[in-house]
Each structure stands twice: as C-alpha cells, then as structure tokens.
Design a protein around this ligand. Structure first.
Ligand SMILES: Nc1ncnc2c1ncn2[C@@H]1O[C@H](COP(=O)(O)OP(=O)(O)OP(=O)(O)O)[C@@H](O)[C@H]1O
Ligand SMILES: [Mg+2]
Length: 229
C-alpha cells in the first residue's frame, strides 16, 4: 500500500460548548488512490468528519494530515487548501438556483487565476464527462436530482483536486442514477488515482468502494471492523 494520503489521529469535535460530542477520538488512515466508503447511523459524525477534512471547521482536539501535511492554519494557505487540495460534494447539493449548470461549475474557478475562456472550457469538459453536455444552460430546478448531483461533482472537480470528499452523493438518487454516479467516481479513482472518501447509507454504494469504514458514536466502530475482517 502506498503512503497514507489522509492521516487522522484522535480526532475530537464538540459542538454547543462541549454539550454535543460529534467526534470522540477518531483514528483513520486512507491511502493515496483509495476509494473509501464511510458508513454509520445518523448522527454518528460522518458529515462532521468530512467538514473537518475539508477545513471548513476546526477540530476540538486531534490532528489531521492530508497529502503529507497537517491542515494549514493561516488564512491564505487555508484558502488554497480548500480550493485546490480537496473537492467537496455536500450532503445537500448546494447549487446556486439562479445559475446555469455551466455557471455552477465555473464558480469554483473564480479567483484561481485561470483565464475566463479556459474556465468555460474546463466547465464544459467536466459536464461532458458527467454526461450533461446537453444541459449546460439548464438551471438546477430544471434538472433531476441525479443530474444536479452530477453538476455538484463536476464543480468539486473543477480545480483538479487530488482528494474528493463526497457526503451522500447518491443519497437522493434512484438506483439507475446512483449507478451512474458510482461508476463515475470509480473512473476517477482508476483514471486519475484520486483518493475518494464517500459517506453513504446505501450498501450498494459502499460496495462500489475499495473499503468501508464504519463510524459509531463519533469514532471507528471496531466491532464492525472485526466482523468484516
Ligand atoms: N453545527 C453543529 N452544531 C451543533 N451540533 C451539531 C452541528 N453539526 C453537527 N452536530 C451534531 O453532531 C452530531 C454528528 O452530526 P453529523 O452531521 O456529523 O452526523 P452524520 O453522521 O452526518 O448524520 P446523517 O447520517 O444524519 O447525515 C449530531 O448529533 C449532530 O446533531
Ligand atoms: Mg451527514
């Protein structure tokens, strides 16, 4: 196995002045190019883990290293990390309702120094890759759930991140649409050696990954690991 791409040590995240314990000492390693499913009951800390890995929030205790570096703390470096080191697909796909599919993808590249015309070309190419080349001018309300989720994935990939974090990317999809999204995620891993962490409740989606990590009460469910191995 190659060098771990993500190393998480004794990660703790409390909310509400310590009254809510979302993560309670989570240890985890993910290898470069691995496609890992994260499962576990509602409220066990899956989205919290994704948000901390994306540097959208800070841990209460513990450390996170991604691509061999601890997560940055300086605002400029954090901005760079969020834009270039990780692509994030949120649990509730948050496309901007007044923008077209194309504009929703382009928005990820604003301020990156990529020329306007190159941004458009890249957005078009990504929508093509996710099978939406005919829907570039459609707004989110005119797209199906699966199509919206594919736009969200295209946007997460806009700046070529080596790590994709996807929170329930097939959560609202029927089985045909979710098969399409999962096949696309597998192709990213195979063709670009991308590291992918995917939260899911769906055993079929988890089966598409190389490995499943199960959380319970804010940490790795070791009993589940023992059962699986
Ligand atoms: N910003 C917040 N403020 C207070 N509590 C929070 C916050 N975010 C999450 N929590 C709490 O932390 C715990 C973990 O939440 P999290 O969203 O990580 O769960 P999850 O595993 O993603 O659940 P689901 O499967 O329902 O999406 C829950 O008890 C939740 O209510
Ligand atoms: Mg969640």
């Amino acid at each position: 196995m190659s060098e771990p791409d993500i190393v998480v040590k004794v990660l703790v995240k409390d909310f509400d002045h310590g009254r809510i314990h979302a993560l309670t000492g989570l240890d985890m390693e993910v290898a470069q190019g691995e496609f890992v499913a994260v499962t576990g009951p509602s409220g066990c800390g899956k989205s919290t883990l994704i948000h901390l890995l994306a540097a959208l929030d800070e841990p209460t205790h513990g450390t996170i290293a991604v691509h061999g570096q601890p997560l940055p703390s300086q605002p400029r470096q954090l901005d760079h990390y969020r834009r270039h080191a990780v692509g994030l697909v949120f649990q509730l796909h948050n496309l901007l309702p007044n923008l077209s599919a194309l504009q929703n993808v382009e928005i990820a590249m604003i301020g990156t120094g990529v020329a306007r015309r190159a941004q458009r070309k890249r957005a078009q190419q990504l929508l093509d890759e996710v099978g939406l080349s005919g829907r570039t001018t459609s707004r989110p309300a005119e797209l199906s759930g699966g199509e919206r989720q594919r736009v969200a994935i295209a946007r997460a990939l806009a700046n070529n991140p080596p790590l994709l974090l996807a929170d329930e990317p097939t959560g609202s999809l029927d089985s045909e649409a979710s098969t399409g999204v999962l096949a696309f995620l597998q192709s990213l891993r195979i063709e670009h050696n991308m590291t992918i962490l995917m939260v899911t409740h769906d055993p079929r989606a988890a089966a598409a990954a190389d490995r499943t990590i199960r959380l319970r009460d804010g940490r790795i469910d070791t009993e589940a690991v023992e059962v699986l191995t």
